[in-house]
Design a protein around this ligand. Structure first.
Ligand code: IMP
Ligand code: MG
Length: 178
């Protein structure tokens, strides 16, 4: 087990990249089957989902497009509950099947905000695909169709996920030590 320090917090290895990539591939294969013959748009929520999007898309064999949006709700290891749109939705999503790509779904505030915004763009359908899911924290009814890994209410970093903007470059996933 490896320990790392980011600012005032200590983290230990939790999921190795190799294991994570295998599970991302399995999720990609489900999407390939479910969207066969279609041309979905993967709407990546920045910043955290950039690495997941890259790994997932390498395993997608559909004709597909990519779009980006940026929302922010977190401060340190706590959500603020207020989701701020920082980069809006700029591509034409009218009539398109949109798959939201998230790094992690916790309370679901980010997903809720997107479900409020997206209908204005008249997509044909909206689905969610997240790398991590905290089911014990999730408070909403919107279906999270695809999640790669389900975890308890613990704070993790790596593979795009940050603590105060640090740790996004880590290949493996690390969990906070109390
Ligand atoms: P939600 O809006 O409450 O679902 O929280 C989702 C957002 O909070 C994610 O996109 C992350 O930016 C952040 N977040 C939630 N849990 C973690 C975590 O364990 N590590 C790093 N960021 C997290
Ligand atoms: Mg995020």
């Amino acid at each position: 087990m490896k320990h790392i320090k980011i600012q005032d917090k200590t983290f230990r290895t939790y999921i190795e990249e190799k294991v994570l990539l295998e599970q991302i591939k399995a999720t990609a294969q489900r999407i390939n089957t479910d969207f066969k013959g279609q041309k979905p748009v993967f709407l990546c929520t920045l910043k955290g989902a950039f690495m997941f999007l890259a790994d997932l898309l390498k395993e997608i064999d559909l004709d597909c497009e990519v779009s980006f949006t940026r929302l922010s709700s977190y401060d340190g290891t706590q959500t603020t509950g207020k989701v701020k749109p920082i980069i809006g939705i700029n591509d034409n999503l009218k009539g398109r099947r949109v798959i939201i790509i998230e790094d992690i779904v916790e309370n679901g505030f980010t997903i809720k905000k997107l479900y409020e915004e997206l209908p204005k763009h008249q997509p044909e359908s909206i689905d969610v695909c997240t790398m991590f899911f905290k089911p014990k924290a999730y408070k909403l009814d919107f279906d999270i169709k695809y999640h790669v890994v389900s975890i308890d209410n613990e704070f993790i970093v790596g593979h795009g996920l940050d603590y105060n903007e640090l740790g996004r470059n880590l290949k493996d996933i690390y969990i906070i030590e109390e």
